[in-house]
Design a protein around this ligand. Structure first.
Ligand code: NAD
Ligand code: WQD
Length: 340
C-alpha cells in the first residue's frame, strides 16, 4: 500500500515525505517541478536512506495520473500540489483555478473510480479571513477570501466535503497558519524562487544581503507594536501533523463519511517586528528594515486555537519561533554553499 503525495518535492510536501518514510509509509510523489527542484529528491534520500518513487508530471494530465494509480496500490493521498502566490493569483485567476481545482478533481476521479478513501487536503487559515475573535478555532465562521488563491482553498474544501458525502469517503482538511523554517539537516527548506512574498524568506534574504531592506508592511495596526500578527508554525512540526492525521483517517475503519478539520498552528501570535527581532537574536545577524504602508489585502491578526488537533491527533507544535528561525539561517547557508 502506498500514499500518493502530490507536490511532494515542494516546501511542506518534502518535509512531510521525510516524516512519512520515517513512519514506514511507502510514498509515491507526483510533482511537475513548477515550484520545486529535482535535487530535493536526492536530499530526501540522503535524510531517510530511502528514495521515494517520483513521477515528474502535471496533475492536470489525467492519463498520466491514471497510470500512476494503475501502477501502485494507493491507499490515500496528501494533496500539496497547488499554486500559492496570493498576488500572482489576482493577476492569473484562470491559471490558479485551473491548476488548484483541476488537479484536485483529477485525483478525486481516480479515488471515485477505485473506491479509495483517505484524502488529506492542504488548506489554509486564509479561509477564515479576518476573524472577529482570537484565537481561531475550527468553528470560527469562514469568510470568502479576498484572493483568488484563498478562494481555491475554500472551493477545494467544499469539493472535498461533497465528495466525502456522496461516496462515504474519509477526508481531512488541514488549515495551516504560517509555516516557517527548514529541516534540521539543512537539506530541505523553502526555495525562494524570485522575490519572496512571505515574511520569513524575505527576512532570510535580507540578512544574507540579497535584499537591501525588509519592507515592514504597516505599523499602524491595532496591535501591541502596530505591526500585524500571525501564528508561525515550524514546518517539521507541521509535517508530523500530516502523519498523525493520516494515521487517524486510516484507523477510522468505517464505511461512513468522515470529514475531519484541524487548525495547525502554535496558538501563539507574533508580530512582524517580533519575528525580525527573534531572527536577529537567534542568529546574531542584522535585518535592516523600513516601515512602509500596509500591503493590500492583509489582515491585522490571526492565530490558532489548535486544541482539537492536540486532543484528537495527539499532536502539538513543539518548536519555538527562535529555534525555527535558526533553521532558516542554516538553510540559507546551505543554499549559498550549493552555488559554490
Ligand atoms: P510549494 O510551492 O513549495 O509546493 C507545491 C508543490 O506542488 C511544488 O513542488 C510544485 O512544483 C507542485 N505543483 C504545483 N502544481 C502542480 C501540478 N499541477 N502538478 C504537479 N505538481 C504541482 O508550496 P508549499 O508551501 O509546500 O505548500 C503546499 C500546500 O500547502 C499548497 O497547497 C499551499 O497552498 C498550502 N499552504 C501553504 C502555506 C504556506 O504558507 N506555505 C500556507 C497554507 C497552505
Ligand atoms: C506575514 C506578515 C505581512 C512580507 C500568506 C497567505 C496565506 C498563507 C500564508 C497560504 C504580514 C508582513 C510580509 C514582507 C512584511 N499562505 N510582511 N514584509 O500574509 O499571513 O499569509 O501566506 O495559504 O494565505 O496570504 O503571510 O508571510 O506574506 O506575511 O511586513 O516583505 O508579514 O504584511 O503581516 P500572510 P506573509
Amino acid at each position: 500500500m502506498a500514499i500518493l503525495v502530490t507536490g511532494g518535492l515542494g516546501y511542506i510536501g518534502s518535509h512531510t515525505v521525510v516524516e512519512l518514510i520515517n513512519n514506514n509509509f511507502e510514498v509515491v510523489i507526483v510533482d511537475d517541478l513548477s515550484n520545486s527542484e529535482k535535487f530535493i529528491l536526492n536530499n530526501i534520500e540522503e535524510i531517510t536512506g530511502k528514495r521515494p518513487i517520483f513521477y515528474p508530471f502535471d496533475l492536470k494530465r489525467k492519463e498520466l495520473l491514471n497510470q500512476v494509480f494503475d501502477a501502485h496500490n494507493i491507499e490515500g493521498c496528501i494533496n500539496f500540489a497547488a499554486f500559492k502566490a496570493v498576488g500572482e493569483s489576482q493577476e492569473k485567476p484562470v491559471d490558479y483555478y485551473e491548476n488548484n481545482l483541476f488537479s484536485l478533481i483529477n485525483i478525486l476521479q481516480e479515488f471515485k473510480a477505485r473506491k479509495i478513501s483517505n484524502f488529506i487536503f492542504s488548506s489554509s487559515c486564509t479561509v477564515y479571513g479576518q476573524a472577529d475573535e482570537m484565537p481561531i478555532d475550527e468553528n470560527t465562521p469562514l469568510k470568502m477570501p479576498e484572493s483568488v488563491y484563498g478562494k481555491t482553498k475554500q472551493m477545494g474544501e467544499e469539493i472535498l466535503k461533497d465528495f466525502a458525502q456522496a461516496y462515504q469517503s474519509k477526508i481531512c482538511l488541514l488549515r495551516y497558519f504560517n509555516p516557517i523554517g527548514a529541516h534540521p539537516s539543512s537539506l530541505l527548506g523553502e526555495l525562494p524562487i524570485g522575490v519572496p512574498n512571505n515574511l520569513v524568506p524575505y527576512v532570510m534574504q535580507t540578512a544574507a544581503g540579497i535584499r537591501e531592506k525588509l519592507s515592514v508592511w504597516g505599523n499602524d495596526y491595532p496591535t501591541e507594536d502596530g505591526t500585524a500578527v500571525r501564528d508561525y508554525i515550524y514546518v517539521v512540526d507541521l509535517a508530523k501533523a500530516h502523519v498523525a492525521a493520516l494515521k487517524s483517517l486510516i484507523n477510522k475503519n468505517t464505511e461512513e463519511t468522515v470529514i475531519d478539520i484541524y487548525n495547525l498552528g502554535t496558538g501563539k501570535g507574533s508580530s512582524v517586528l517580533e519575528v525580525v527581532q527573534a531572527f536577529e537574536s537567534a542568529n546574531n545577524v542584522a535585518v535592516p528594515y523600513k516601515i512602509c504602508d500596509r500591503r493590500e489585502g492583509d489582515i491585522t491578526i490571526a492565530y490558532a486555537n489548535a486544541d482539537k488537533a492536540e486532543k484528537e491527533l495527539k499532536w502539538k507544535s513543539e518548536t519555538s519561533l527562535e529555534e525555527a528561525l535558526k533553521t532558516v539561517w542554516e538553510w540559507q547557508k546551505y543554499l549559498e554553499s550549493r552555488k559554490n
